[in-house]
Design a protein around this ligand. Structure first.
Ligand code: SF4
Length: 210
């Protein structure tokens, strides 16, 4: 049976209990967890994982995510950091650049429209542009990853890439990534608003056929 943690009412894993697992609990597969621990404690990831976990404690409910990200970069001694950002986040990217400069963090950045290639050149029909019959550059997440890979960044930050474009960026980034912000044009970049208001202002607005 496939895992369904999202509908679990037991959360035995959270309480350190080793019984009372629901039928859809993934924890029956002991081999899987053994393998996961091997990866997380491997030479490649152990320091990164431990550092991330320590930051969870040190800045708990005090440090905003920007600060947590900077502390992670500092403690991991990353020399060069990449930023893949959306054109809708130009202001935020500029502010972040200044904060990083003030803290001596080297930042390489690539905006989503890099390449300046019209959407029709990758098979998007004119009528499927946001503004048909006008030059409309494609988002270019693979190129963003390649630009940062070329600069040999140690770690990449994603800021506001579109749903799906972010997936391609993550897939093609050589370095590990963290997400500083996700784009949500409707909720001020806070997708959970739609969940919190699912039984209120967003009622019916999340159905696929509406
Ligand atoms: S791992 Fe098992 S106990 Fe934990 S949330 Fe998922 S189903 Fe529930």
């Amino acid at each position: 049976m496939d895992a369904k943690c999202s509908i679990c009412g037991v959360h035995a894993c959270e309480k350190g209990l080793d019984d009372n697992f629901p039928a859809f609990c993934p924890m029956y597969d002991e081999e899987l967890y053994k393998k996961a621990i091997e990866i997380v404690t491997s030479d490649k990831y152990e320091k990164f994982y431990k550092t991330s976990t320590k930051i969870e404690k040190d800045g708990y409910a005090v440090w905003p995510r920007v600060k947590e990200t900077m502390v992670l970069i500092d403690r991991m001694k990353f020399k060069k950091v990449g930023l893949a950002f959306c054109g809708g986040f130009i202001k935020e990217a500029r502010i972040l650049s200044q904060i990083f400069k003030d803290n001596n963090i080297e930042l390489v950045s690539a905006m989503c429209k890099t390449g300046g290639i019209d959407k029709t050149r990758v098979g998007i029909e004119e009528e499927n542009k946001c503004s048909p019959n006008e030059y409309e550059p494609m988002c270019n997440p693979v190129a963003q990853a390649m630009v940062l890979n070329k600069a040999k960044t140690d770690f990449n930050i994603v800021m506001g890439l579109c749903v799906g474009h972010d997936s391609l960026f993550y897939k093609h980034s050589d370095a590990l990534c963290t997400t500083l912000a996700v784009k949500d044009r409707v909720t001020g970049h806070n997708p959970c608003v739609a969940l919190y208001c699912y039984d209120g202002y967003f009622q019916g607005r999340l159905d696929l056929d509406k």
